[in-house]
Design a protein around this ligand. Structure first.
Ligand code: MOS
Length: 719
């Protein structure tokens, strides 16, 4: 085996191997795959938030030239109920949220299909609905919603809900036992504390908005269904779709070589894919293509649910925490329950003897939420890290010193040792790099040319997950190429490139000699691109396969030599496994208009060994950019009268553009052996967004003296 190149592939900032085809436009996304005789599907959506279809007239749609079929609940084929109500599309007359699919037109062109969908006539028997996520006087009410009677509950009801007796707890949900001490014990600890913070923080509905919409192309051939799909995992997609049609998973082939972003919204099967498969089966010989419109995505492809986070911290005079209590309400959908899990980070971030967190879904008549970059951790670290900043102010302690003071030796909830916890190094390295020492001690002291400026800090964390159910196959070809196969997904993160580097290093050959084949369910089994565990888990399978290949075939294999191996189990269940980071932000707020700009941001991360510094940096600053969006721009405006998100397009749902991003920098600790597993790498796709919004909100407080506890930080908050 050639060892000369060992160690020369991992750690190199190799340019994206998929970059050239993407820039040239030759990379095929799902919708673009050439298929024989394509037909085009367009869904029609419900215009009420809850009720029943009493009449549906498809005559005008069917009469349109070029229309091939109009599917409704009256004529659509029956699906097998796999206990995922979001996917039981066109199976009944019930409407569970506004925007739910109630019909679908298949036509010779997408334009005809879209036009015909608008001709479907519907009559409803509406039922009373509740789409307003608002609670008592702390309530989150979307800024754009009409004043109408808000469906609010009293403080007493909230107290009861938080105490876990009744209230906004859905019957089917299992919030589980409150973690650690009782509410009475927390109250006593807070009453005895020298300083306390007791505040409520809110985050709004946020949307994944990947550039490529949710897209499916379905073709049936001899009982085999082929799907070209925009998905974060071909095998998980296969497992989700096949049973609806009574198929063994292997009878559904899923192909997804290029995916234009997902941010979690493409982890699960969504209704449009089921529809495409259903329609294609009804039209023998035709492939059916569907791409959701941007507006449809706001009700059909998931979103991060809004949260209301009641955070209580008790501390000694010097800021040493004595109690941490976080009680979270999160929006969920009556159609299908989803739990974001925003109480998660409070459970493991800081030491405190008295701890209690709860998390409860608020079940409403709204579209179904889903995973979005750093689910739970991201919104949860907004409340917790702003509360920590408030505690620092209350105690007169520097925010970094406060975190140093409360650094736990072991996981504070479980008592387990950490695999690696370098939060303080991140904070300290960042403080030096950012110039934290020169920070004004008091808020609202720096006014220049009509702009207040200030700085803020927040911690970041993300669970360090790993999935051993991954298999890689390596074959040596006559042209000297190692073909490395695993059904991994490239969703724009650079994983295709990183896996090539991992394979080259593990095989001891140049990257040019490796050809990675991914994104096809006919390849060896792979887990999703999600939870930040994709590359490290797929990579572990590749390392295992490379080792087995060399053992079996030696350094000079015969053409055709082939070996397959599975990723190892890590046996680290008795350890606390998380990544950490620190976010620093400098903002300026216009003294007259309240306009807020992020002048500068620095993220410092501890993620184990970095496979590719170029794509890693891109993930970090991508996450931080999304964090700027979370801090300043993004909120879905629910109009509770209609149960609709009003700003359901890029004209009104704002995400950061180049003009919003000024000086953004991401660095990381040099760690070679920081994580269990053959690579020493932990995940890094999600941690970049975590804490970013809190750092910006804390900087805004430091700039202006105005504490904003509700995202996003719109200018009116500072006036
Ligand atoms: Mo991520 S929300 O696990 O794609």
């Amino acid at each position: 085996m050639s060892t000369a190149l060992r160690g020369q592939s991992i750690g190199v900032g190799l340019g994206r191997l998929d970059g050239v085809p993407k820039v040239r436009g030759t990379a095929l996304y799902a919708y673009e795959h050439p298929v024989p005789q394509p037909a085009y599907l367009h869904p029609a959506q419900a215009t009420i938030a809850r009720g029943t279809l009493v009449r549906i007239d498809t005559g005008a749609a069917e009469a349109l030239d070029g229309v091939l079929a109009v599917l409704t609940h009256l004529n659509a084929p029956r699906l097998i109920d796999t206990q995922d109500p979001e996917l039981l599309v066109l199976q009944s007359a019930a409407v569970g949220f506004r925007g739910q699919i109630i019909a679908a037109v298949v036509a010779e062109t997408s334009e005809i299909a879209r036009h015909a969908a608008a001709l479907v006539e519907v009559a409803y028997a509406p039922a009373p609905h509740n789409s307003a996520f608002s609670v008592g006087e702390h309530g989150y009410i979307s800024p754009g919603s009409a004043p109408g009677p808000p469906r609010q509950v009293s403080e007493a009801e909230i107290e009861a809900a938080l105490a876990g007796e009744h209230g906004y707890v859905s019957p089917g949900s299992a919030p589980g036992p409150p973690r650690q001490v009782s509410e009475a014990e927390i109250k006593a600890a807070l009453a005895a504390a020298a300083t306390a913070v007791d505040q409520t923080y809110t985050t709004p509905p946020e949307y994944n908005v990947p550039m490529e919409p949710h897209t499916s192309v379905a073709i049936w051939n001899d009982g085999i269904l082929t799907m070209y799909e925009s998905t974060q995992g071909v095998h998980s997609f296969q497992a989700g779709l096949a049973p609806l049609f009574g198929l063994e998973p292997e009878r559904v082939r899923v192909i997804a070589p290029y995916v234009g972003g997902g941010f979690g919204s493409k982890l699960e099967v969504h209704a449009q894919a089921v529809l495409a498969a259903m329609a294609a089966r009804e039209l023998p010989g035709r492939a059916v293509k569907v791409a959701l419109t941007r507006q449809q995505m706001f009700s059909l492809s998931g979103y991060r649910p809004p949260t209301i986070q009641h955070v209580r911290l008790g501390a000694d005079l010097d800021g040493t925490l004595t109690a941490v209590a976080v009680d979270v309400l999160e929006q969920s959908s009556r159609t299908k329950e989803f739990t974001e899990g925003s109480d998660g980070p409070a459970r493991m971030m800081y030491a405190a003897p008295q701890r209690r967190t709860t998390n409860r879904p608020v079940v409403l008549d709204v579209p179904v939420p889903t995973w979005m970059r750093a689910p739970g951790t991201c919104p949860g670290m907004f409340g917790l890290e702003v509360a920590m900043d408030e505690l620092a102010v209350a105690c007169g302690v520097d925010p970094i010193a406060l975190r140093v003071r409360n650094e736990p030796q072991v996981d504070p909830e479980t008592g387990q040792p950490h695999t690696s916890r370098h939060l303080l190094e991140c904070l300290q390295l960042g403080a030096g790099r950012f110039g934290w020492d020169h920070r004004d001690p008091a808020p609202r002291t720096r006014l220049q040319h009509g702009w207040w400026s200030g700085t803020g800090v927040a911690s970041a964390t993300h669970p360090d997950w790993y999935e051993p159910d991954n298999t890689a196959r390596i074959r040596f070809d006559a042209d000297g190429t190692y073909v490395v196969q695993i059904a991994a997904a490239e969703i724009g993160t650079g994983s295709w490139t990183a896996l090539t580097q991992i394979a080259a290093e593990a095989l001891g050959c140049p990257v040019q000699c490796v050809r990675m084949e991914i994104g096809d369910s006919s390849l060896p089994r792979a887990s999703v691109a999600g939870g930040s565990f994709g590359t490290r888990s797929w990579g572990a399978a590749i390392v295992a396969a490379a080792g087995a290949f060399r053992d079996q075939h030696g350094a000079h294999p015969e053409p055709g030599a082939e070996t397959e191996a599975q990723a190892p189990e890590l046996n680290d269940d008795d350890l606390s496994r998380h990544s950490f980071g620190a976010q620093f932000a400098e903002v300026r707020v216009n003294a007259d208009t309240g306009e807020i700009r992020v002048s500068r941001m620095l993220g410092v991360f501890s993620v184990g060994r970095v496979i590719n510094p170029a794509t890693a940096r891109s993930q970090f600053i991508g996450g931080m950019t999304m964090g700027v969006g979370m801090a300043l721009h993004e909120y879905g405006v629910m109009d509770p009268r209609f149960g609709t998100i009003v700003n359901h397009d890029f004209a009104d749902y704002h995400i950061p553009t180049c003009a919003d991003i000024e000086d953004l920098e991401a660095i990381w600790l040099e760690e070679q052996e920081a994580a269990p597993g053959p690579l020493g790498a932990r995940g890094l796709g999600e941690i970049g967004i975590v804490g970013a919004a809190a750092a910006i909100a804390n900087a805004a407080y430091h700039a202006t003296g105005v504490r904003v506890r509700k995202l996003p930080l719109t200018p009116d908050a500072f006036l």
